[in-house]
Design a protein around this ligand. Structure first.
Ligand SMILES: [Zn+2]
Length: 145
């Protein structure tokens, strides 16, 4: 009896390499924002896929030129172009954010050079300004109008 319980105890307290693992994670470049980077890359792929789909759809319309569909096709095209413009802007912002991660300048406010809180980055990964500076910028834009 005694021997068995002792064996159990030693098994339970056997040392695990928790500390070593944790140290390896923090030393990885960009590890702090790893989940945000994954999210950005996912968004990027989704946009690229959508843009690709839009192109194949338009090709299909051109292959079947139907007079009654022409007006609605034009509206569709304008709509797709507007979406594409917005997507391209977002795509550019995502690329810039990924670039900043590579250069280790990600998460630093462009104006005051303070670290942007993680919660804000999580909610708006492409932002380059902290909340205080963003508010200031918006106020300035209002005055300019
Ligand atoms: Zn700032």
């Amino acid at each position: 009896m005694k021997a068995r319980s002792l064996a159990k105890r030693t098994r339970r307290t056997s040392p695990r390499p928790v500390v070593a693992k944790r140290r390896a994670q923090t030393s990885t470049a960009g590890g702090k924002y790893a989940s945000i980077r994954r999210e950005l890359q996912k968004q990027r792929n989704a946009i690229l896929e959508e843009v690709g789909e839009g192109l194949t759809k338009r090709d299909g319309q051109e292959a079947f030129p139907d007079v009654s569909d022409q007006a609605s096709a034009e509206v569709d095209q304008n709509f797709t172009m507007r979406i594409k413009e917005r997507e391209q802007k977002l795509l550019k912002k995502i690329d810039e954010a990924l670039d900043r991660m590579k250069k280790n300048t990600y998460g630093i406010c462009e104006r005051c050079e303070e670290e942007i809180p993680y919660q804000r980055l999580k909610a708006r990964p492409v932002t380059t300004l902290c909340i205080a500076c963003k508010t200031l910028q918006e106020q300035e834009e209002k005055f300019r109008r």
